[in-house]
Structure formats: C-alpha cells, structure tokens
Design a protein around this ligand. Structure first.
Ligand code: CP
Ligand code: NVA
Length: 302
C-alpha cells in the first residue's frame, strides 16, 4: 500500500491486513514488546483544521515505531500564505519519509500524491476519514469477533464519516443502513458504490427504521469543521437525528454505539446513551493509535 487517501481505494484484503496488523501492534504494546518498524523515519503532519486524537495518536504512534513526527500547522507553513501545494509536496518529499495531512478538499490530498514522492496519509478531509474508519472496524471486530454479516446503522450527516463508513463496512461484509435528512445525503460517488451491494445498503430519512436490528449504531456531529457558518440551518435540519434510548430500543440489545468524537451531548447523542457506551467509544478512540500505526508501517516501512 503506497498511500491511504480514502476507503474507496482499499481492497477488502488490504483492510483486513491493516486490522490484523493493528491487533498485533496493540498486543505487542500492551505486552511491552518493542516494534521499531520505522526507526529513523520522519512523518510530517500538516493540519489545516483542529485535532486532538489524530495529532496525538499519530505523534505517539511514530514514537512507538522508533520514528519521529513533526507537527506542521498550516498557519505557520508557507502554505498558509499561498505557497502552492505542488511546491510544498516536492520540498517536503526531500526531507520527510511520509506526510499525514488534515485538510478540506480531497483534491489537496491527491495533489500531494501527484507532486510528492513519499507516502501520503489522509488524516481527514471533507470527503473522507479513513483512519477513523479503520479504528471503528477494529473496535467492532474486537467486541463482536467478526464483521461479516453484522449490521451497521449510521444516523446523521452524509459527511466524511458516513461516506467512509458506508464503504468500509460494505467492503468488509457488513450490512449498512443510513438515516439522513434529504439534502444531507452522501455524494453520488458513494451512492453509486453502495448500489453495487444491492439490499446490503439501505438509505432512509426515517432513523427508527434504519436502527432496526442494528449491531452497531454510529453518529457524528451535525456541523463539521469548516461548516460553522451553516450551524443554524444544520441544527434545524438535523433536529431529532439523535441516538437516544428510543432509537437504541430498535437495535439489538447488545448493540455497540460508536462516535468518532468530539461529541455534542444533547445533539446527535444523548448523555445517557453516550455514558452507557463509553467503554467502546473510548476503546474506539484508543484504537486510532493502533490502526494508524498499522497504516504507517504498511505505507512507510518500504
Ligand atoms: N475523531 C477525530 O478525528 O478526532 P480529532 O478531530 O480530535 O483528531
Ligand atoms: N465530521 C467531523 C469529524 C471530526 C472528527 C468533522 O469533519 O469535523
């Protein structure tokens, strides 16, 4: 695997290989077994948006792999003053062994690949959040022992999280039901992909229908980073699109609840459901570290 740009690019075999390696790296970390796969290598981390989990887990992950990570805020880079991404990519390729980037446009990530010569990892764009989905799949498999045949229900916005979960879950043999208001559906490229899976994919604006017999229920914020000016319209559109006790009663009684975080209690999820499922939600957050270390090894080890 050369890069990690979006879930659409990964084969089922690549996803399973990453999850297996993530499990192994987690086991080794918990048992004090060193795994310096990236000794002497440097990852640059470009952030054009805020982050807690992505920044800390990538930086810690590189350290645990024997390498080094550099935090590069776009506010301080010349990119923030208009230097072309094509030039930044070519310069950074001379210093670094890999780049993780969190930005707005998916095309900016693809441009780094086109002009740079080192592995590029998508740490979230408006379109995709592949690192999060790998951690989510890892968490589901840890709790349920398998992915094949399980039903994932996503409630909310057709955003980077919903898009990437639809693809990741379908590719790993899960059924997918999504509930979103009209006007906030996933982009056509994702719907076209999902259509290939026939009745394994179901989209509705009725959230109670989507949640029936779900094994895992997932949501995300109503207003993503960069959409702050639309907040009022979004709050109106998403009112009621919430994971709460009534919705969970439709799912299997042992259903997991996941949230990529940060969460807004009282909006997309109630405080009581969040706290009842805190164990898996924070395992999910921890698994960002292990899943991303697997991605770093597969893309940067050479
Ligand atoms: N879930 C996630 O990507 O968190 P951060 O925005 O804190 O990195
Ligand atoms: N959809 C959210 C995810 C944050 C991790 C956002 O893009 O802001």
């Amino acid at each position: 695997m050369k890069h990690l740009l979006k879930m659409l690019d990964l084969t089922t075999e690549e996803i399973i290989d990453l999850l297996n390696l993530a499990d192994q790296l987690k086991y080794e970390l918990k048992h004090g077994i060193e795994h310096y796969h990236l000794r002497g290598k440097t990852l640059g981390m470009i952030f054009e948006k805020s982050s807690t989990r992505t920044r800390v887990s990538f930086e810690t992950g590189m350290y645990q792999l024997g390498g080094h990570a550099l935090f590069l805020s776009s506010k301080d880079l010349q990119i923030g003053r208009g230097e072309a991404v094509q030039d930044t990519a070519r310069v950074l390729s001379r210093y670094l062994d890999g780049i993780m980037i969190r930005t707005f446009e998916q095309s900016e990530v693809e441009a780094l690949v086109e002009y740079g010569s080192i592995p590029i990892i998508n740490g979230l764009t408006d379109f995709s959040h592949p690192c999060q989905i790998l951690a989510d799949l890892m968490t589901i498999r840890e709790y349920k022992g398998t992915l094949e045949g399980l039903k994932m229900c996503f409630i909310g916005d057709g955003n980077n999280m919903m898009n990437s979960l639809i693809v990741g879950c379908l590719k790993t043999g899960m059924q997918v039901a999504v509930a979103c208001p009209e006007g906030y559906r996933p982009p056509q490229v994702i719907l076209d992909f999902a259509a290939e899976y026939g009745d394994k994919f179901f989209m509705t604006d009725k959230l109670m229908e989507a949640a029936v017999d779900a094994d895992v229920v997932i949501t995300d914020v109503w207003t993503s980073m960069g959409q702050e000016e639309e907040r009022a319209a979004r709050e109106a559109a998403f009112a009621g699109y919430q994971i709460n006790a009534e919705l969970m009663a439709k799912a299997h009684s042992d259903a997991l609840v996941l949230h990529c975080l940060p969460a807004h209690r009282g909006e997309e999820i109630t405080a009581d459901v969040f706290e009842a499922h805190a164990a898996e939600i924070f395992d999910e957050a921890e698994n960002r570290l292990h899943a991303q270390k697997a991605v770093l090894v597969r893309t940067m080890k050479g």
